[in-house]
Design a protein around this ligand. Structure first.
Ligand SMILES: C[C@H](O)[C@H](O)[C@H]1CNC2=NC(N)=NC(=O)C2=N1
Length: 112
């Protein structure tokens, strides 16, 4: 199977199932720097990236925004001096979908 970041996102529709515990384990292992957190009862995938300064943080923020637009799947992004926290989840299903792990892997790619 191709690397997670190269896999295609599927259309996430209302009512689609959230990832199973097994999928959380297997997909989570492919994005080991990311943490599964629960916020307001919703499971999310989160990672904080560190940078030299605010300009680099902003540049990365823009690149994440571009990949989100390309996929029509959008994260929460907190941009601060020297760091950016990216949080992925699927709004329609109020939880984690395979797409969120794919986009987390793509986020790691643009951080390089
Ligand atoms: C209309 C638009 O395609 C949808 O609202 C998209 C936009 N971006 C999205 N992003 C995320 N994370 N989850 C969604 O369910 C979602 N839906």
């Amino acid at each position: 199977m191709s690397q997670l970041s190269q896999q295609a996102c599927e259309a996430c529709r209302v009512g689609a199932p959230t990832v199973t515990e097994e999928e959380k384990q297997s997909l989570g292992a492919e994005v080991p720097e990311w943490q599964i957190v629960e916020r307001d009862g919703i499971m999310k995938l989160e990672r904080t990236f560190t940078f030299k300064d605010f300009v680099q943080a902003l540049d990365f923020t823009h690149r994440v925004g571009e990949l989100a637009e390309e996929a029509d799947h959008h994260p929460a992004i907190l941009t601060e001096y020297g760091k950016v926290t990216v949080t992925w989840w699927s709004h329609k299903i109020k939880g984690l979908h395979r797409n969120d792990f794919i986009l987390a892997a793509r986020t790691d790619e643009v951080a390089k």
